[in-house]
Design a protein around this ligand. Structure first.
Ligand SMILES: CC(=O)SCCNC(=O)CCNC(=O)[C@H](O)C(C)(C)COP(=O)(O)OP(=O)(O)OC[C@H]1O[C@@H](n2cnc3c(N)ncnc32)[C@H](O)[C@@H]1OP(=O)(O)O
Ligand SMILES: CC(C)C(=O)C(=O)O
Length: 561
């Protein structure tokens, strides 16, 4: 690959930069350009109904500034703005913005489209970059500056005839390819022409029209500009980053450190080529640092659905915060840590989110119903245990987690991803539904303790043993003891030791079933087997768990032996 074909863009010398020592402390003014830069980049631009739906979504999300289009460019763009105005769809606290090239006939037509609006941002642009001055405009620096001045003059003149407020926005388009001192000269000419003041601020938008360098270089350009305006107070510094090098979010975050007040971007980063900066990621990055993002992004799937419908674009599965796979862990160590982190979060009860591998609580985006953990051959026992716990309510004991995970891994190695339903079916098949050679039929547990004496229980357990129905009887000072002693009357059970026992309710409420887990070891063997029993009655659940363990011993140990 001939890398010598490319040259590095000249960077500016800013040795006393201050942005590296700053932190983002508040959300900027957000301006959505979905209906303009986003729309102009679509294979099939939005029709009017889709534009209205997108506009309403943006309003709902809390955008107070929305670039609704380029009304002088086509009838549909013009008609859309007219519809918003005539149907009174623009809330009082939302300012619409319209884009136009700094050209007379386009500016005039733009003003026609604004009639009836209370307030508007009129955004004019002309490219100022070294390359475009040369190959597109064939104009000198002075001539290019004059385009900006003439455009500003015309907007000023027309806005004086306009009943309501017009805010000027000016973009030295292709700013990242423009010498900063020349960009400043053009911007100052615009500001002077407009007679900008702290009371009559102008939005100076410094676009990374094409992302040409590392984010720190853009941050230097923005800091340089912020420091060199004659009067910083008469300027709202806006950035409009694109994503050509894949650094749009980083570029914008550094630009905010460097002094930008406002950000233009789109939902999910739709826009020309690699897209505009993704405002959702920016806002949620702030949110996850405890900063109010000033946008309502809590219904992520709904936002995604409307976006996909209107743009006919797809949100990729790894898109930050929104992608299908971003709250999913396949790998064992991640699953284990998420599992423990979620448990610790609920135990602490302090409401401060700190869970390994999950920078945000999925519930904050209303994504709690999606599986956080998915199981494939990279998964470990923690993930399987998490699914059994969170989806089906089984708190598997540690040794059982490892035992069951092996069964799931055998499946995933052949079939790939294993769904929660398949995991549950396998669990039932492996532990709960075993009925040979022993099968539970019924049980009776009688308290036979004398008054003030030790509590003694008599257990009568009717089972099928290799097809033969038997009633086993045992005594003990507790139910487990009595049941185990009843089973000891069969030879198989007699020579097993009860290693572990636990139980819990599966769901809340008096009708809830209990799950019991029993670990038995045949005497003289190293290997144990777990059994699981589920029943409304806890004693029956325990008996079924013992039978399950015996059936597994029979299947896995005795047969093997
Ligand atoms: C970076 C961005 O995203 S900027 C936004 C870009 N968006 C769009 O272009 C979408 C909508 N645009 C359009 O529909 C069309 O471009 C229109 C209707 C606005 C203008 O159409 P046309 O005049 O037919 O064509 P075009 O846009 O190619 O204009 C080219 C002419 O305008 C000049 N020009 C281009 N941009 C500007 C500008 N910002 N200010 C002044 N003149 C400009 C060019 O030098 C060229 O002049 P020439 O004809 O003397 O060579
Ligand atoms: C009009 C300008 C702001 C633009 O879209 C860009 O530079 O990308």
């Amino acid at each position: 690959m001939n890398y010598k074909k490319y040259k590095k863009f000249e960077t500016i010398k800013l040795t006393d930069r201050t942005w590296p020592d700053r932190e983002i402390e508040q959300a900027p003014v957000w301006c959505s350009v979905d209906l303009r830069d986003g729309n102009q980049a679509l294979i099939t631009p939005m029709d009017i109904d889709e534009k209205v739906e997108m506009f309403q979504l943006l309003v709902h999300l809390g955008f107070k500034e929305i670039e609704v289009g380029f009304p002088s460019s086509s009838q549909i763009e013009y008609d859309f703005l007219r519809l918003l105005i005539e149907k009174d769809l623009i809330p009082d606290d939302v300012t619409v913005q319209v884009l136009t090239q700094a050209r007379e006939h386009l500016i005039k037509r733009t003003f026609e489209s604004l009639k009836g609006l209370k307030r508007a941002i009129v955004h004019i642009y002309n490219s100022t970059s070294v390359l475009q001055r040369d190959v597109v405009f064939h104009k000198s620096k002075e001539e290019i500056k004059q385009i900006a001045i003439d455009g500003t003059k015309l907007v000023k003149e027309l806005s004086q005839e306009f009943d309501e407020e017009v805010i000027l926005e000016y973009s030295p388009e292709s700013f990242t390819g423009t010498e900063v001192d020349y960009a400043m000269e053009v911007c100052e000419a615009v500001l002077d022409t407009w007679e900008a003041s702290p009371e009559r601020k102008v939005i100076i938008n410094l676009p990374s029209t094409v992302e040409m360098d590392t984010p720190n270089v853009y941050a230097d350009q923005i800091e340089w500009m912020c420091r060199h305006f004659k009067d910083r107070d008469r300027v709202i510094v806006s950035v409009h980053p694109h994503n050509d090098r894949g650094c749009g979010v980083a570029t914008t975050e550094l630009a905010l450190l460097a002094g930008a007040d406002r950000v233009e971007g789109t939902l999910f980063g739709n826009g020309e080529r690699t897209g505009n900066v993704d405002i959702i990621t920016l806002a949620l990055n702030m949110f996850t640092h405890g900063i109010d993002p000033k946008l309502e992004l809590g219904q992520m799937n709904q936002i995604k659905n409307i976006y996909e419908k209107c743009t006919k674009m797809e949100v990729p599965p790894r898109q930050p915060y929104a992608g299908e796979l971003v709250f999913t862990a396949f790998s064992g160590s991640h699953q284990d840590a998420i599992n423990k982190g979620m448990y610790a979060y609920h135990q602490r009860g302090e409401g401060i989110w700190e869970v390994p591998y999950l920078p945000i609580d999925p519930a904050d985006l209303n994504r709690q119903y999606e599986p956080i953990v998915r199981i494939n051959s990279q998964s470990g026992k923690g993930g399987v245990a998490f699914v059994m716990d969170t989806v089906f309510g089984y708190h598997l004991p540690k040794a059982l987690q490892a035992d069951f995970a092996k069964a799931i891994q055998n499946i995933s190695e052949i079939e790939g991803e294993v769904s929660p339903e398949r995991i549950y079916d396998t669990f039932k098949k492996e532990y709960i539904d075993l009925e040979y050679p022993y099968k539970f039929i019924k049980q009776r547990l009688i308290d036979i303790s004398e008054e003030d004496g030790e509590h003694e229980r008599r257990a009568e357990v009717t089972i099928e043993d290799h097809g033969e129905v038997k009633t086993l009887v045992g005594y003990g000072n507790g139910p487990i003891d009595a049941v185990k002693n009843a089973f000891n009357s069969t030879e198989d059970f007699l020579y097993t030791d009860l290693i572990d026992y636990s139980e819990h309710a599966l769901t809340a409420g008096s009708n809830s079933k209990a799950a019991a887990y029993v670990q038995l070891r045949p005497q003289g063997e190293e290997k144990c087997e777990y059994g699981v029993g589920v029943h409304l009655n806890i004693t029956t659940a325990t008996i079924k768990a013992m039978i399950s363990a015996m059936n597994r011993i029979y299947k896995n140990i005795k047969k093997e032996g």
